[in-house]
Design a protein. Structure first.
Length: 506
């Protein structure tokens, strides 16, 4: 839990970048991510150093080799991609491809934080950064995505860099929760900084979706459009809070449980660092265009999908995976992603995904065939209609959360419909906190699961209509969440599209 003081310290760091002329919020996050990674490396090395001193033994695989240690060449955790000397492993300094030599001990946060601004800048840009990009001893997802990273602060910003390092050093990050919350708070700046707001789904919506799906220790969880890994982090936090460390096991801590795809290199690094600071060492965060032909054929791999995929664009048929087009012939990304989720899920796998309202009510052949597949071939569990202001100030599009289970054999008997008229924040551009209706949604869902409170169509009526009429729809809403009239209208509209009888609104 972040205190007000820590939040103020983060705000000061952010203000320092802005007053220093670095105004792109994503660039700020990326540079802070590099500095946090460097700081973490020093913390790991310090722990190993203390352990070695206690045991009276040399450090195993030191991150920062000590030139004064004669055995460093046989134990250090570094290799060079392009060695400049066949005996590079025995050298007493770190050699860069350009021929410069550095003492790796100077790359430690605890060392360079005390240097003058110009010397610190030179050490980080000419030593630490190339060092990080070439290291192989730190086997994490973040390190794997460092190859094309760039440290973008120019030399004239040396004073800015020194100030940011000093401010970061003063923030206490001793425990897992503080580190994770700190990074989440930094990422929240993306949602308050103009055009980059699309990178982040509101955290309370993510947490609601995770609570509705109740991740389990045996799950393999995937977000095929992971962005900053908000869904994966929330799933990891839910598991951490609801299961013992023994139940979670190495699949959790080493990251085998968590899979994320994105094709933006910056997002891959930010997502990997987000998971790392939440205690997940090596999640499977991959550079992948989920809808492309090059990644077709991957199927039946995951037991839980949580996602808010992009739904504002269209793709060319030539570049889209053919197996997806076989499921739904369309260029619309929102429909292609739904088809992708059905392909990626194992039988019995669950999904909670955000879609635009057009997916629910679109009249095209592609829209209707995909809805029919969800209802008749899979198990449609629920629909949560969200207010259009959820993604303000960047988009006013109406969206919904679709909950379904892959069965390949149908099973849609009762569909829970919830018309969320508010999400706990004002629906204007300011998005001021008001309450927590999202918690009510989870409670209503659990109540429905226990009582199966739905109205079933009479048998004679079902016979008069087509096969889909045996399905029923349940709609619900908490007090103060909207008028009965609006909820009933939504219910009737969905029912009319599916040719179902609308149930009583609760």
């Amino acid at each position: 839990m972040l205190t007000g003081e820590i939040r103020n310290q983060v705000d000061r760091i952010w203000d320092t970048f802005w007053t220093g002329g670095i105004s792109n919020p994503l660039e700020v996050i990326e540079q802070l991510t590099y500095l946090l990674f460097i700081k973490r490396l020093d913390e790991i090395h310090t722990r190993a150093e203390n352990k070695a001193n206690t045991l009276g033994q040399p450090i195993e695989n030191p991150i920062f080799p000590d030139p004064d240690d004669s055995a460093v060449g046989s134990r250090h955790a570094l290799t060079l991609q392009e060695p400049t000397d066949p005996d590079v492993g025995q050298r007493r300094a770190f050699a860069l491809p350009n021929g410069d030599e550095w003492n790796p001990q100077d790359f430690r946060w605890s060392r360079f934080k005390n240097m003058p601004a110009e010397q610190m800048y030179q050490t980080i840009t000419e030593g630490v950064f190339p060092f990080m990009k070439q290291m192989t001893g730190e086997q994490t997802a973040f390190a794997a995505h460092m190859k094309d990273a760039r440290f973008t602060l120019p030399p004239e910003k040396a004073g800015l860099l020194a100030k940011v390092v000093d401010l970061l050093d003063k923030i206490p990050m001793d425990d897992r929760d503080t580190k994770g919350d700190l990074y989440e708070y930094m990422l929240s700046k993306l949602a308050t900084a103009g055009q980059n707001g699309q990178f982040r789904t509101p955290r309370h919506i993510i947490q609601m979706m995770v609570a509705l799906t109740e991740p389990r220790p045996d799950d393999t969880i995937c977000d095929p459009a992971c962005g900053t890994a908000g869904f994966l982090v929330a799933a990891a936090e839910y598991l951490y809070d609801n299961h013992s460390r023994t139940e979670l096991g190495q699949r959790y801590y080493q990251g085998e449980m968590f899979h994320g795809f994105d094709f933006d290199s910056t997002m891959l690094r930010v997502a990997s660092m987000n998971m790392l600071l939440h205690g997940i060492e090596n999640p499977l965060i991959q550079n992948r265009d989920s809808l492309s032909e090059g990644h077709g054929g991957v199927e039946n791999m995951y037991s839980l999908i949580l996602a808010n995929p992009p739904f504002a664009g269209s793709l060319d048929y030539e570049s889209t995976a053919k197996d997806l087009l076989a499921t739904v012939k369309t260029k619309k990304t929102e429909l292609l992603f739904l088809a992708l989720f059905l392909r990626l899920l194992k039988p019995g796998g669950r999904a909670a995904v955000i879609v635009p309202d057009g997916v629910l009510f679109g009249s095209s052949t592609a829209h209707q065939s995909l809805r029919q597949a969800l209802v008749e071939q899979q198990k449609l569990d629920g629909i949560i209609s969200m207010p259009s202001g959820v993604f303000k100030p960047y988009a006013g599009v109406s969206t919904a959360i679709v909950l379904f289970t892959k069965t390949d054999s149908g099973g849609t008997d009762d569909v829970w419909f919830y018309d969320m008229q508010a999400d706990g924040y004002s629906l204007d551009d300011k998005r001021m906190p008001l309450g927590n209706p999202a918690a009510s949604v989870v409670g209503q869902r659990h109540a429905f699961a226990e009582s199966r409170h739905a109205l079933t169509l009479p048998g004679k009526m079902a016979k008069r209509m087509n096969k889909t009429t045996s399905r029923t729809l349940w709609s619900g809403g908490a007090a103060g969440m909207g008028s009965a009239t609006s909820r009933a209208r939504r219910s009737r509209l969905w029912c009319r599209r599916r040719r179902l009888r609308p149930t009583a609104t609760i």
